[in-house]
Design a protein around this ligand. Structure first.
Ligand code: ZN
Length: 481
């Protein structure tokens, strides 16, 4: 309501100023009606350029300092603020986890479930991972956060960020053709395509310490950090480094777009090698072992999704037409192996966590077996549910919650870390998962919106450094043509 009133006021201000200027100008200049209308529209534009900068310069700073005051108070009330470790597992699915737990093959997942709230995580239909993770990190539906696909198509000569392919089955071919001519380019989405504030920018503003290791597409480019021990590794680093492994020294000047602070690269370097592009899991564990745990830490893994697309045919061969026996033998463990690997990692991670930490594991969607194309034996555009596991002292134990949605992660993290929850979020605090006494003693506090933190500096759509490489990667995975 507050936001709506504010927007209407700004529009009225723009209108009145331009109306006055038009009358004034016309009084001295011309009486022609059409010219008058055109000139009015022209001035409407100009006035908007006057009113909006004034608004951002003189009205927003107050709100920001208000938030700062508020967050200092929050930081002092320690009993409410919990450190959060958030693990994103693209495409992770109960359909794989539960049978493996039943076979006693995932002891750490099993133990975690006994000590946590867990259940299906409903998701957004007709979307892909770039879109859904943007909703996870902003608490907004795609219509509000503005990311609608992995990439936009930008016709030659247009400086705009391009348009999203409206229909994926038809558009990629046209885009492919136009690219060859070359009449168009494809831009992979990044932070500058976002119309809403991502979680880490709110946490930074609240002076909380952060450590982020890839937060999907919108984490590129890495933001400048204020905290001395904070780190932020953006999406795309591995593709970039993988491409230039032999010239790592030459690309250090480009690294600030991927890593903040850039000195951090010396710590990541040992994990990169020509044959093994990255090992995000080991890097993250290494940070937890050697550094102080940050207020918010996040790592995002894409392996479950890739491996499930590629190998489900041999994981559940009964869903497919006569897969070859020797292929079943060779590939049937590819998917379980991924989960066994993360199970072991989870055990190691949990040993490192400070006692009051809340651990959240979530996937953006599940998978349904089907023949999607020659590289993919599962699909998820119809939105099969993902997984959500939350564990920590303010969270119910061995509890299966009724319903949770992708959009609920953002407000729930803000609540648990001790910050006000924005009223304009499309999700809600997942109260069903939270201990009743804790919830009673610490009811969620609300703020109209965090939109005033939205950084204007990124509004010149920054073209990714890695567009070509990233697109090749997406093509090789069968995501785009
Ligand atoms: Zn996928």
């Amino acid at each position: 309501m507050y936001l709506l009133a504010r927007t209407i006021l700004i529009i009225i201000a723009v209108f009145i100023i331009s109306r006055l200027l038009t009358s004034l100008f016309m009084h001295f200049y011309s009486k022609k009606r059409l010219g008058r209308v055109a000139f009015f529209l022209f001035l409407l534009q100009i006035s908007a350029h006057i009113v909006f900068p004034i608004y951002y310069k003189f009205i927003r700073p107050d709100e920001i300092s208000l938030l700062k005051q508020e967050t200092t108070i929050i930081k002092k009330s320690k009993e409410l603020a919990h450190k959060i470790v958030f693990v994103g597992m693209d495409g992770a699915d109960w359909k794989v986890i539960l049978p493996l737990i039943h076979k006693e093959e995932l002891p750490n997942f099993k133990q975690l479930m006994e000590e946590s709230s867990h259940g299906n995580l409903m998701t957004i239909k007709n979307a892909n991972s770039a879109v859904i993770w943007s909703s996870v990190y902003t608490g907004k539906k795609p219509q509000s956060h503005g990311i609608n696909d992995f990439y936009t198509i930008q016709p030659m000569g247009f400086s705009s960020p391009g348009i999203y392919p409206v229909h994926r089955t038809f558009f990629p071919e046209i885009a492919g053709l136009l690219e060859k001519i070359p009449l168009a380019t494809r831009n992979t989405v990044n932070r500058s395509f976002l119309n809403s504030v991502p979680l880490w920018e709110i946490l930074k503003e609240a002076n909380l310490s952060i450590g982020i290791l890839n937060a999907s597409f919108i984490s590129y480019p890495a933001p400048e950090l204020s905290g001395t021990d904070d780190f932020f590794v953006s999406h795309g680093l591995e593709t970039y480094v993988g491409k230039y492994t032999d010239h790592l020294n030459a690309l250090e000047d480009q690294l600030e777009r991927f890593i903040q602070p850039t000195e951090f690269f010396s710590r990541l370097k040992p994990f990169f090698s020509p044959n093994k592009i990255s090992d995000r899991a080991s890097i993250f564990l290494n940070f937890l072992e050697e550094d102080e745990q940050k207020d918010f830490m996040n790592v995002y893994f894409d392996e479950p999704d890739h491996v499930q697309h590629k190998f489900w045919k041999w994981y559940q061969p009964e869903y497919f037409f006569f897969p070859k026996k020797r292929n079943i033998e060779a590939f049937k463990d590819k998917i379980p192996d991924v989960y066994r690997y993360y199970d072991e990692w989870l055990g190691e991670i949990r040993k490192q966590l400070e006692p009051e930490t809340v651990l959240i594991i979530a996937s953006d969607h599940g998978h349904t077996p089907c023949i999607l194309n020659k590289n993919a034996y599962t699909a998820h555009r119809h939105g099969p549910p993902g997984i959500l596991i939350i564990n920590g002292s303010p969270i119910k134990r061995a509890h299966a919650f009724q319903s949770a949605h992708i959009l609920d992660i953002f407000p729930t993290i803000l609540y648990l870390i001790g910050l006000p929850v924005p009223e304009d979020s499309d999700g809600r605090v997942l109260e069903d998962a939270i201990d009743e006494e804790f919830l009673h003693d610490n009811p969620p506090r609300y703020i109209p919106s965090y939109d005033f933190l939205f950084s204007k500096s990124l509004s010149n759509r920054e073209k990714g450094l890695l567009d070509k490489e990233e697109l090749e990667r997406l093509k090789s995975l069968g995501y785009i043509k």
